[in-house]
Design a protein around this ligand. Structure first.
Ligand code: TRP
Length: 328
């Protein structure tokens, strides 16, 4: 039997997940799993998340929250390997070795590093700088063929390919060069300011996956709109309504042009009320399932997935040690 191409992706546990994470990552992970086309590995990138300020107590909660969200969204430990990055020390070991072949200048060009340095000048740490190298290790450690990511991660997946190639050229064919599986991640903007990205740091404009139906209704009701009454997509002149249309379209799976037609003769109030109910209905099964899950089963589930992942990781690291001449 021909084995399926392997697919690897992860989410950082940095705070409450929001609707952008759902339509951009979670929903898509589940679709990839259920397509049956890949051998799927989904992990929680806790080591990456340490590059941003955190407290140890909240970190555990954040990890549990991503794990529960994986399961509630429909990832199934029987179909996919679900694990915690830090449970597999091979990730960090490989990252160190890759550090030694990573050109400093390439990392300095990474736009995510530059953005994060600009927004948090008080915390420009070396981990943040080397973040893409650990990400490369996460991927090539498993000989992944496909890496589902949003556009903002393309520079990192390109570096991953470069590092795999460089390692292979220097030490002999060891790693597969993975390809990004570009998933359309709608750029959702904040409901209270459509010029800023939707983010947990602006809670009033952010729809969290755990928000109650009334919280969702209120946030959407209060969402800013543009002048004029037309419900049309025009990101330059009507950024607020365009953002709501994008949200509606990505949740309901209806093209924006159809929505424009549907609401051509209708007002903002009706449009917003419909949108709120669509979001509430989309999140309800997720929220119900999440509440029914037991937190103490999460650790066990992650350890079981980790054991499977580590078997592969350990073999790969053995090979890397041999090829690089590490004295074993
Ligand atoms: N950097 C990714 C993000 O923020 C998370 C991540 C870490 C990742 N390691 C990965 C994604 C490996 C895919 C593969 O979205």
């Amino acid at each position: 039997m021909k084995s399926k191409p392997r697919l690897v992706s992860g989410i950082q546990p940095t705070g409450k997940l929001h609707i952008g994470n759902y339509v951009g990552a979670l929903k898509n992970f589940v679709a990839l799993q259920d397509s049956g086309k890949y051998e799927c590995f989904f992990f929680i990138a806790d080591l990456h998340s340490m590059t941003e300020y955190f407290t140890p107590k909240e970190k555990i909660k954040q990890i549990e929250d991503v794990a529960l969200s994986y399961l509630a969204a429909g990832l199934d430990p029987k179909k996919s390997t679900l694990f915690l990055q830090s449970d597999i020390p091979e990730h960090t070991e490989l990252a160190w070795i890759l550090n030694t072949i990573t050109p400093f200048g390439e990392l300095r060009r990474m736009t995510q590093f530059k953005d994060k340095s600009d927004t948090h000048p008080e915390n420009i740490n070396v981990g943040l700088f080397a973040y893409p190298v650990l990400m490369a290790a996460d991927i090539i450690l498993y000989d992944a063929h496909a890496v589902p990511v949003g556009e903002d991660q393309l520079q990192h997946t390109e570096l991953t390919r470069t590092l795999a190639r460089k390692f292979n050229a220097r030490f002999g064919k060891t790693f597969h060069e993975p390809k990004p599986l570009l998933t359309e991640v709608p750029r959702l903007m904040s409901l209270d300011d459509p010029l800023k990205k939707m983010s947990k740091s602006r809670p009033a404009g952010c729809l969290f996956l755990d928000d109650s139906p009334d919280e969702i209704r209120n946030k959407i009701k209060r969402a800013v709109t543009d002048s004029g009454r037309d419900i049309v997509c025009d990101p330059v002149n009507k950024p607020a309504v365009s953002n709501l249309l994008l949200l509606y379209s990505s949740i309901a799976g209806i093209p924006i042009s159809d929505l424009e037609k549907r609401y051509a003769e209708k007002g903002y109030a009706e449009f917003k009320a419909d949108l709120a109910e669509i979001v509430v209905a989309a999140l309800l099964p997720f929220q119900k399932k999440k509440k029914a899950l037991k937190k103490n089963a999460v650790r066990k589930m992650l350890l079981a997935g980790g054991a499977r992942a580590q078997k592969i990781a350990r073999e790969k690291i053995k090979e890397v040690r041999k090829k690089t001449g590490i004295y074993t």
